[in-house]
Design a protein around this ligand. Structure first.
Ligand SMILES: [Zn+2]
Length: 619
């Protein structure tokens, strides 16, 4: 070969190589999608490690929600090779038919995705995804299975954890977990089929904190799809991080005691630390043992039963039951009357029973005595002065202005709106204003005489027991509140900023002394309606209420705080269908709760026995 010929060959070779190279690049970028498939394959080989959820402690460091380790037997259909169904069924103790059916159930359980534009449906189930084949196995159960899994490629064990509740109390506070549905998996990439999510209570409100951070391990598989090695030496792996611990303001022993007092009753107890707004106890009766709703096996048998129970144990009554506040509402009408200057602490009104019924007592010559006797005619007179201040010549226009002002005051006490606490299921209650009555009676067609039952907390006014306890906290603080809440700290961080803010009611603090003195007389003076809340060494300030119930026996209500100075606890007790009124049942229950919290012991054993034995649940 001469030089020219050789040169020609070399040039041809270079050009050809260049051409092939260019084509290869073009092919890689445009034609060949195995590269993207390869990337996807690696992504699908992410192995997720779900950490145990954050645990919950009560205010004294008692663990009230913890975790127990369980195992899931996971399955990836794409990795299954020549499954020996007989051997596999034998390993897990099932029949062949049950194994086959389980595959079908997993596939169908995922449902289908329907494209809105084309109308085409595609199954959500994907062969390359991991699904739990068996769930919630104990260590003993998985120990029999795991050593043999190498004979069954496509199956592997996964450590998981489930909740455990050392105390059988506070179910309506902590809530429960259950498995995510297909929509939740789509909406939040954190979740994979088989994961749990908070369904109610604090588990739901603090889901994002409690669930922690998942760990991810990237795994490279060979062409045969079975040799496994960490991808890039684990450089991109992240470790699982348990959610932070939540410390609650709840005193679990007080909570347990409250639940015991309300056994065989329907009702609520809400106790709050006035200075911080921390909820000390939130009793909803009847309740249930939170351990009944741990895991799929338990939930499927127990949840339907709880749901069907006519006494509604799943209902968080203190947050979502609305009741008329009854005479406890007189405390607020007193405060508004003082602030508006339409009464003074020395104002007296006759107990005129021709206006509205009352019990037998001497007419109240001052405000504190009116509270002590809970005099109905007195409060008609006070509230009339608030609503009809004579600002307009027309009685109707005057009432419109007066009622809207009154409603504004009530809103400043957190009423007629949801108290934005850290739990779901809250109701707003009702504080009627002019627009509300216009709908009922027509514009300028009503005046105080039409709506006067609001004077004594009946009629259209509705509050939740949480609202009522918060009223006690506001009076204990002489004029302000911090939104009642459960969580004191999340890990090392203090309460959320919204739970540090003081909200001031529209009544100045100087007006509270008379009301507090009236509440002291209710409990500690002869003729007071709440004497059964009395304690020997602690001054309890309280107010009784009896709520008329068109469906049966009256409800018994009591709000209180103690001690009188530097109060440590504010409380509302609401007992449904308790014959005998607020003084008879709710007051002693509140007294026992206060003593338990402040002294850790009970001296009034006889009183305790009567409450424990009372049964107001109709069977
Ligand atoms: Zn009276």
């Amino acid at each position: 070969m001469n030089f020219d010929a050789r040169k020609y060959v070399i040039i041809t070779f270079v050009v050809l190589v260049g051409l092939i190279y260019a084509m290869r690049i073009f092919y890689m970028q445009v034609m060949d999608d195995t590269w993207t498939l390869r990337a996807q394959e690696i992504a699908e080989k992410r192995k997720e490690i779900t950490p145990p959820r954050g645990v919950l402690f009560d205010r004294n460091g008692k663990k009230i929600v913890s975790n127990r380790t369980y195992y899931n037997l996971m399955m990836v259909e794409a990795d299954i090779k020549n499954l020996d169904t007989v051997a596999f069924a034998k390993l897990i103790g099932w029949t062949r038919e049950e194994v086959r059916q389980r595959f079908i159930d997993i596939r169908e359980g995922e449902g289908v995705y329907r494209n809105k534009h084309t109308g085409k449906t595609t199954p959500n189930y994907q062969k390359i995804r991991a699904y739990p084949f068996l769930k919630e196995l104990t260590l003993d159960e998985i120990a029999n299975i795991a050593p043999h899994l190498e004979d069954f490629p496509g199956f592997y064990e996964e450590v998981t954890s489930m909740r455990s509740y050392p105390f059988a109390n506070g179910a309506n506070i902590v809530g429960y977990l259950s498995e995510v549905n297909a929509e939740e998996v789509d909406a939040d990439h954190f979740y994979k089929p088989g994961n749990n999510i908070g369904r109610a209570g604090l588990e739901r409100y603090y889901e994002k904190e409690l669930r922690g951070r998942k760990g991810i391990r990237y795994i490279v598989t060979s062409a045969m799809n079975n040799a496994i090695e960490p991808y890039a030496d684990g450089k991109y792996d992240t470790t699982a991080l348990q959610g932070p611990a939540l410390k609650l303001g709840v005193d679990i022993l007080l909570q347990a005691y409250g639940e015991k007092l309300l056994q065989n009753k329907r009702g609520c107890i809400v106790a709050i630390e006035p200075s911080t707004g921390e909820i000390l106890a939130l009793v909803s009766a009847p309740s249930y043992d939170p351990n009944l709703l741990i895991g799929k096996r338990n939930i499927s048998t127990n949840y339907p039963k709880l749901l069907k129970d006519p006494n509604m144990p799943l209902l968080p009554r203190p947050l979502s039951s609305e009741y008329p506040p009854g005479s406890t509402f007189k405390l607020l009408n007193s405060l508004i009357g003082l602030q508006e200057g339409v009464i003074t602490p020395e104002s007296g009104f006759p107990c005129n029973k021709s206006v509205v019924g009352c019990h037998n007592h001497a007419s109240a010559g001052n405000l504190a005595d009116a509270i002590k006797h809970s005099c109905n005619p007195y409060y008609y007179a006070v509230t009339r002065r608030i609503i009809q201040q004579g600002k307009k010549r027309s009685n109707f226009e005057d009432a419109e202005i007066g009622l809207n002002l009154w409603a504004k005051y009530m809103h400043s006490f957190g009423l007629g709106q949801k108290l934005e606490t850290d739990i779901t299921g809250l109701r707003a209650g009702t504080i009627p204003d002019a627009a509300y009555y216009d709908k009922w009676y027509g514009h300028h067609r009503w005046a105080f005489s039409t709506i006067r039952s609001i004077s004594i907390g009946q009629g259209e006014v509705m509050l939740t027991p949480l609202h009522m306890a918060n009223i006690a906290a506001i009076i204990a603080n002489r004029g302000w509140y911090i939104t009642p809440h459960f969580v004191k700290s999340i890990g090392k961080n203090g309460p959320l900023p919204e739970f540090r803010k003081k909200h001031y009611a529209m009544v100045e603090s100087r007006h509270y002394a008379t009301i507090v003195e009236g509440m002291r007389r209710v409990v500690h003076e002869p003729g007071g309606t709440g004497k059964r809340a009395q304690l020997k060494d602690i001054i309890v300030c309280g107010k009784t209420g009896t709520v008329q119930n068109p469906h049966g026996d009256d409800h018994s209500v009591f709000v209180a705080f103690a001690p009188m100075y530097k109060p440590k606890i504010a409380i509302a007790v609401f007992i449904e269908n308790a014959k005998g009124g607020g003084g008879f049942w709710a007051a002693p229950t509140a007294g026992l709760m206060i003593e338990k919290y402040l002294t850790r012991k009970i001296t009034e054993k006889e009183r305790e026995k009567i409450i424990l034995e009372a049964n107001f649940v109709y069977k």
